[in-house]
Design a protein around this ligand. Structure first.
Ligand SMILES: [Zn+2]
Length: 318
């Protein structure tokens, strides 16, 4: 029996999985990222987790370690060029891990790895032209062209959340203004809910928050909407329209056969998937719209570790 290891390294948690060679999870663990202790400490945390999960297995049965990392990863070298979540620049992550563990190590961007997992084992199996749209605190994307993940000139392809949808819109930390994720992400949804409450709108959200705006969550909005709260229903309608408008742009540009939607906002409000599909049918060019279906991603929080395991598996193939 052979095994793969997939690690999902984020700013708040490190998830580690041992999988079989079909990328099925056999063991899964998460720990909090000790982000304030710096890169060496975080790499040590990862290595402890990997050792724990592979304990007792013959060394030659481990085919390699894949790491899905939040940030811009240099293809080939496994160097983290920039990770805002971890506050890293030019960190040779692959070499740091490989130096301490004598296995082949592969590093990729977390969102791209999630797309890779969906393409090979999830809701994208057999699809040649697909766009994965992950809606959470931001909006991340993975673009599949001719059956392969498209990385672009220097590995930065798929940053769909920073597409401009309002030339005069709010500033984005990335330097642009009016980015899609500034309107349609979970963060944006929560912000708009709080703004409406500040304006004095009537809503059961006010009581649900019990005076603490920090408790605003997409799940709370979904719960209130289900109970008939007009503000929450409007926020979901608007988010559906905003997500759909952005996806219609993607449909016009790339003519995908499938748009796959995942991330915390879609898990919290699954009906957004159908709404997005309806908006695409209304807004995108007719023949491009006719070719596309919108579906939910198969994997949830485990998407990153599965994709990282897929990266190891693909690396072993010619
Ligand atoms: Zn942006």
């Amino acid at each position: 029996m052979f095994y793969l290891v997939g690690v999902d390294l984020g700013g708040t948690k490190i998830a580690t999985a041992l999988t079989d060679t079909d990328c099925q999870i056999l063991k899964y663990e998460t720990v909090r990222t000790e982000a304030s202790r710096g890169a060496d400490a975080i790499v040590d945390q990862m290595i402890d987790e990997i050792r724990r999960l592979t304990d007792g297995l013959p060394k030659e049965s481990i085919l390699g370690i894949g790491v899905a990392c939040a940030g811009l990863i240099e293809p080939g070298t496994g160097k983290v060029l920039y990770s805002p979540n971890l506050n890293w620049r030019d960190l040779p992550l692959k070499d740091m891990i490989a130096r301490k563990l004598n296995y082949p190590v592969y590093v990729g961007n977390d969102v791209n790895m999630a797309a890779l997992g969906e393409l090979h084992y999830g809701a994208g199996i057999g699809k040649k032209h697909m766009i994965c749209v992950f809606v959470g605190t931001g909006i991340g994307g993975g673009i599949v062209i001719d059956g392969h993940l498209y990385e672009g000139a220097n590995g930065f392809a798929g940053e769909i959340g920073h597409a401009t949808i309002d030339w005069d819109g709010p500033d984005c930390p990335g330097g642009n203004a009016g980015c899609w994720e500034g309107f349609a992400s979970g963060t944006a949804m929560q912000r708009r809910a709080l703004e409406a409450l500040d304006r004095g709108e009537t809503s059961m959200l006010r009581e649900m928050l019990r005076g603490d705006p920090g408790k605003m969550r997409v799940e709370l909005i979904a719960e209130a909407a289900a109970k008939g709260d007009a503000l929450s229903q409007r926020l979901i309608d608007e988010t559906g329209e905003l997500l759909g408008a952005g996806c219609a742009n993607l449909v016009n540009i790339l003519n995908p056969e499938r748009i796959l939607m995942g991330g915390g906002v879609i898990r919290g409000v699954p009906e957004l998937v159908d709404r997005v599909e309806a908006v695409i049918q209304r807004r995108a060019l007719k023949d491009a719209a006719a070719a596309v279906e919108v579906v939910r991603a198969r994997f949830g929080r485990e998407a990153g570790v599965i994709g990282a395991a897929v990266l190891v598996k693909l690396a072993g193939k010619p």
